[in-house]
Design a protein around this ligand. Structure first.
Ligand SMILES: Cc1cc2nc3c(=O)[nH]c(=O)nc-3n(C[C@H](O)[C@H](O)[C@H](O)COP(=O)(O)OP(=O)(O)OC[C@H]3O[C@@H](n4cnc5c(N)ncnc54)[C@H](O)[C@@H]3O)c2cc1C
Length: 316
């Protein structure tokens, strides 16, 4: 374990301060060991997977930060798969698809680890990771055990580990059951999803969608230029609201909301975490003022934000 390690190389937004204590886990056993130690001794433990959905505070992250690089996958002939949570979600798709098991086609293009995907119930094209789970191996109350996925309380892009006061719960491995499917069908579907992403996917140094879309039939119906399919589903994309609130291309220091898709927060050059969060707050306020709806961050803020004072952009 080392101390005061900068976390910006470990998150896709390339910003933020240091970890008080820093550890790299290469196997589920190592992650279990540090989790048991932390939970039994009352230390805060934060696990980082790909860092594609988080922003560490400039003031740093107290306690232990463990980067999860456990990458083991075990597969049976019947489609039962056990994967360590440091496995890249896209790698899990590829490995299972190569053995003729489908179900994870939508994972193509979702960066990050299986662990991070669990925490935000990651998904795309009306599918998400929680659909395939059979069991989870966790460390909870200082004890390593297999539990039902119900422990995560999954909902749309959400789980109990995203709550403001999440329980001390570290996920080590997942067990999933996938259906057999002809490889051609699997890869044709995945290729189709990949094509749809091209042109929409943000450039590097972003965290994908910064805010969650809003499910609100009343709001969707009231928006005259919202596409009909979104109106009938009652889904209002956060990007639509941000664009209409004039936030596309808006910049604060090194932080910018993409011109092409206003829900993509970019670090266009040396942005601090404070600049990124300040821009997010400003954008949220603008949307609230225009639509009376509060956007909720999909990106998670890590560490000590108690001294955070939002910067206010200069608007001409
Ligand atoms: C270009 C781009 C496109 C994206 N597209 C999508 C998309 O289509 N759909 C989608 O859902 N998301 C998308 N995302 C967001 C992101 O990729 C997902 O949320 C991803 O699953 C996060 O995984 P991660 O390993 O990077 O998580 P991290 O950012 O490392 O961590 C996220 C949270 O999970 C916690 N955590 C991580 N591992 C564990 C563990 N083992 N046990 C307990 N807690 C853990 C962390 O502490 C943190 O709170 C996109 C992001 C980018 C940059």
């Amino acid at each position: 374990m080392t101390s005061n390690e900068s976390l910006s190389p470990y998150c896709s937004l390339k910003a933020g301060g240091t970890a008080e204590w820093f550890y790299r886990a290469f196997h589920a056993d190592e992650l279990a060991e540090v989790a048991i130690y932390a939970q039994q001794n009352g230390h805060t433990l934060t696990v980082i997977g790909g860092g594609s959905n988080l922003l560490p505070s400039d003031a740093g992250v107290p306690g232990i930060v463990a980067v999860n690089q456990s990458r083991g996958i075990w597969m049976s002939r019947t489609g039962e798969v056990i994967a360590e949570t440091g496995v890249w979600f896209q790698e899990l798709f590829l490995k299972t698809a190569q053995c003729g098991f489908g179900g994870l086609e939508y994972a193509v293009g979702i960066p990050g680890s299986v662990g991070g995907a669990l925490v935000s119930n990651a998904g795309a094209y009306r599918s998400n990771i929680s659909e395939h789970l059979v069991e989870l191996e966790v460390v909870q109350d200082g004890e390593r055990k297999w539990v039902s996925p119900d422990i995560m309380e999954f909902s749309y892009r959400d789980s109990i580990l995203r709550s403001p006061t999440p329980p001390a719960l570290v996920v080590l491995r997942i067990k999933i059951q996938l259906p057999a499917r002809p490889q051609k069908e699997i890869f044709d579907e995945a290729r189709d999803y990949q094509r749809q992403r091209i042109g929409k996917q943000p450039p590097p140094a972003s965290a994908g969608s910064f805010f969650k879309n809003i499910n609100d039939h009343e709001l969707a119906q009231s928006l005259s230029n919202l596409p009909e399919r979104l109106k009938s589903a009652g889904v209002v994309p956060a990007g639509y609201l941000l664009e209409n609130a004039g936030m596309a291309g808006f910049r604060l220091g090194g932080a910018m909301l993409a011109t092409r898709h206003a829900n993509f927060m970019l670090n266009v050059g040396g942005a601090t975490a404070t600049e990124i969060r300040s821009l997010a707050k400003y954008a949220r306020d603008r949307v609230f003022a225009q639509y009376g709806r509060d956007l909720e961050e999909e990106v998670l803020y890590l560490g000590d934000w108690s001294q955070f004072v939002p910067l206010v952009p200069e608007v001409n």
